[in-house]
Design a protein around this ligand. Structure first.
Ligand code: ZN
Ligand code: ZN
Ligand code: ZN
Ligand code: ZN
Length: 88
């Protein structure tokens, strides 16, 4: 079976997020995801795909790591804690 990203090389790994079968060049060993998912991965937890970016640090994060502060604005949990001084 050939890689589902480049279509050229032999697929050796399976992405844990999208399930694509990809070659070693299109796979990230540390995150265990394909390069397509790596680009959209949450930059905080690195477990899920990001849905939006934090309005302060501009990092892309998933729904678990973002707090919606207005209709189109999100703040990541790290910036939220920093701004709110660690209070829960
Ligand atoms: Zn490939
Ligand atoms: Zn993937
Ligand atoms: Zn996350
Ligand atoms: Zn942030």
């Amino acid at each position: 079976m050939s890689c589902e990203i480049c279509g050229l090389k032999q697929a050796e790994y399976t992405c844990r997020i999208c399930g694509r079968r990809v070659c070693s060049e299109d796979y990230d060993y540390e995150e265990r995801v394909c390069l397509v998912c790596k680009h959209t991965l949450c930059q905080i937890c690195r477990r899920q795909l990001s849905i939006a970016t934090c309005k302060y640090c501009r990092r892309a994060a998933c729904e678990d790591c973002l707090i919606q502060v207005s209709l189109h604005e999100y703040v990541c949990v790290e910036c939220y804690r920093r701004i709110h001084g660690g209070r829960e």
